[in-house]
Design a protein around this ligand. Sequence first.
Ligand code: MD3
Ligand code: FE
Length: 207
Amino acid sequence: MPLNIKGFRIYPGFLDSLRQAAVVTDLRRVVALAPLLSPVTPGGRRMSVRMTSAGRLGWVTDRSGYRYQARHPGGQGWPAIPESVLAIWDELSGVRRAPDCCLVNYYGQGARMGMHQDKDEGDFDWPVVSVSLGDEALFRMGNPCRGGRTESLWLRSGDVVVMGGAARLAYHGIDRIRFGSSRLLPKGGRLNLTLRVVGHEKMPETP
Ligand code: MD3
Ligand code: FE
């Protein structure tokens, strides 16, 4: 059965191989300025996905919690979101403001991402645009509450997903990748970009 969650739109093969390669070239500069990190969750577990960000704000996690912040943990500001990536947002997001954050997720062999909601942003009314590059990934989409039935689909290199409306707060995750299924990245693996409007930064909890 196809995914039929209001607000979930998939554009299979939206980026041709030339555009995929151009985005990867631009991401090499992002990763050179803001190296990929192996983040640790507030519960103390190291994530298997490596991450960095571009844009005004980047998403980070450590023992102090999940948040957006203006600097890479190394101290430098985040690099700008490449034009090749902003163009995808402009074509598909349906909104006229720029994203604040491009979260860059790298999945090496065996990496996965457990079911979660994206709710560290200040405003959930804006869409999220996700770009898949490299190896195929088994994506799982659930409901706005934990549990219930889920649906799975393979995301392939060049696919773009737009999450808006009810889908924006649905639980989702990546169960596994097919390491070596794409030749886009010479060393294999998968890159996923998520473009987000963060709005105002979430304030630390006041005791
Ligand atoms: C559904 N990334 O970075 S992208 C994430 O492939 C994340 O790396 C996955 O979940 C990945 O938070 C999935 C598809 C996606 C992105 C954002 C969403 C699905 C979403 C936000 C709300 C609902
Ligand atoms: Fe997510």
